[in-house]
Design a protein around this ligand. Sequence first.
Ligand SMILES: C[S@@+](CC[C@H](N)C(=O)[O-])C[C@H]1O[C@@H](n2cnc3c(N)ncnc32)[C@H](O)[C@@H]1O
Length: 203
Amino acid sequence: MQKYPSPLPEWLQEIEEKAEADEVPIIRRSTQRFLSFFLGIMRPKRILEIGSAVGFSALLMANFDPDLTELVTIENYEPRIAEARENFTNSPFADKITFLPGDAAKIIPSLEGEFDLVFIDAAKGQYPDYLTLVDPMMRPGGVILADNILQDGFLLMPKEALCRRNRTIHKRVREYLDMVCRDKRYVTDVLPVGDGLAMTRIC
Ligand SMILES: C[S@@+](CC[C@H](N)C(=O)[O-])C[C@H]1O[C@@H](n2cnc3c(N)ncnc32)[C@H](O)[C@@H]1O
């Protein structure tokens, strides 16, 4: 099969390869392509990411957003914090990235200013809480992207077929979708990109 060249710069490919080797969950290739494409069109100035892991998606967004002034990203898992910090410091975007280690639910209320784009990619069971917290910080016309909405197909299965943990995630992800679909201030659709990407525009 023909191999096409990666659109990522070499230093970012290395972070991707290491994350994959260490089994760190990072955005899938199709989500990478979508974000690269979307950021080039939307050109958000200020981005909030919930769930940095080792910094791969934050750096990808910084790399493909020509108008970025600040990207704030939050991670609470201690073993990933040092690696994320190192990846940010060694990248060409160190001056644009604000890395906040800790629990997103506690950190978000302390943030100031508006965001053009929020990328939610942390604890799936907390998606509804993250939405409630970020809603007042969105600029009109801003976009919220939530990853892993289809949960490898779990979302479409009857809850009786799932184990207890997945039932809770299933319920909370559905609650998130219900919130973004019912509220008339939002326009939402779920894109079959990666593991399902819910895309919400604030009218
Ligand atoms: C799917 S990974 C993020 C991947 C990253 N966005 C990427 O693609 O490069 C989800 C991350 O969210 C973090 N996380 C989960 N709950 C969190 C919380 N309450 N606050 C901050 N980070 C959290 C996890 O530790 C994990 O590293």
